[in-house]
Design a protein around this ligand. Structure first.
Ligand SMILES: Cc1cc2nc3c(=O)[nH]c(=O)nc-3n(C[C@H](O)[C@H](O)[C@H](O)COP(=O)(O)O)c2cc1C
Length: 328
């Protein structure tokens, strides 16, 4: 049993959340993670501002009555603020906000009695998240799949832990980025986290909405086969704030553009039509396959419940006997 303030506060068996991955973490994955003893999150993505987005009510139904939370990309939610009311009406177990100022949404989330979890990428974002009344922060390292910042987990997590210990000891801390097995969970706990947010490993769960061909590429690849870039968002015409880049698997699109950030940023939307066409024909060479460096630790697809149970079993072994106690 790994009991932390997170498991106590949220009534969990395991200190594991799935990341609220847009168009990957639907109700099936979130429900499976919650039933396995963690806390499942549905990805609310761009809060409907990008077009093809999840139907939250339908995804909550798919969670099959399990207690699940919901996450949004904060700067996009700011363009469709009523979506937070829609989400709160579904009685989520928590709201997870990342990539932008959580302040404008905090009052409504607190009024609904729902815990707020804020993901941060720098120490500079911590105080605003605490001021917004976050129950928990997630320190996200740059290994992470999807959007993120530039700081690596190994120093970011303890730095945030120390800062919280001084300024807001009641705020919980979780870690995200590169955590795909028990070694990662055990290490995150050692660095001062009280739980973890797992993206890439659960992106490859049976219940995730991830296409089989994308998972097959990830399994065939290594952690060297991802890249962090701002070019792809610019080219597809999605206006991400400057401080965030996108970790995706290397493919023909990134080989062509990943080194040409300034040119791409100067031409927003240059490939919008081509990108949409590639997406509709599921062309993995020309659309982003969103996954993190942890693909190097993903060797098979499998049920979320086994992934979560293995992660925790291995972490327990590591905490007692060190990483050598685990056969990988
Ligand atoms: C496919 C994918 C989609 C993601 N989408 C979101 C998202 O919509 N909102 C969000 O806050 N984070 C998103 N993330 C980032 C996660 O919140 C988390 O920080 C990350 O997955 C953790 O690192 P890992 O992928 O190495 O486990 C996404 C990650 C992946 C892999």
């Amino acid at each position: 049993m790994i009991e932390t303030r997170l498991t106590q506060r949220f009534g969990l068996t395991y200190p594991v959340l799935n990341a609220p991955m847009a168009l990957v973490a639907g109700g099936a994955l979130a429900g499976a993670v919650s039933r396995a003893g963690g806390l499942g999150l549905i990805g609310g993505g761009y809060a409907g501002t990008l077009g093809a987005e999840p139907n939250l009510a339908a995804e909550f139904e798919r969670a099959g009555g399990s207690r699940v939370g919901v996450g949004f990309i904060t700067w996009a939610l700011a363009q469709a603020p009523s979506q937070i009311d829609h989400a709160l009406a579904l009685k989520p177990a928590c709201v997870f906000l990342s990539f932008g100022d959580p302040g404008p949404f905090a009052a409504r989330i607190h009024a609904a009695g729902v815990p707020l979890i804020c993901q941060v990428q720098t120490l500079g974002q911590v105080d605003a998240a605490v001021a917004a009344g976050a129950t928990a922060l997630v320190a996200q390292g740059t290994e992470a799949g999807g959007h993120g910042g530039a700081r690596a987990s190994f120093s970011l997590i303890p730095e945030v832990a120390d800062h919280l210990a001084r300024t807001s000891p009641e705020t919980l801390l979780l870690a995200a980025g590169g955590i795909a097995d028990g070694r990662g969970l055990a290490a995150a706990l050692m660095l001062g986290a009280e739980g973890v947010v797992v993206g890439t490993r659960l992106w490859a769960a049976d219940e995730a909405l991830t296409p089989a061909a994308a998972v097959a590429r990830a399994i065939a690849g290594t952690g060297d086969d991802t890249v962090r870039t701002r070019a792809v968002d610019a080219l597809r015409g999605v206006a991400w704030p400057r401080e965030f880049s996108f970790r995706i698997m290397r493919n023909r699109l990134t080989e062509t553009w990943a080194g040409r950030e300034s040119e791409a940023l100067a031409n927003p939307g240059l490939l919008r039509a081509d990108y949409e066409a590639a997406r509709s024909r599921a062309d993995l060479d020309m659309v982003a396959t969103v996954a993190g460096e942890a693909i190097g630790l993903v060797h098979a697809r499998g049920p979320a419940a086994s992934i979560v149970a293995n992660l925790v079993d291995e972490a327990e072994l590591c905490l007692v006997g060190g990483a050598q106690a685990v056969k990988t």
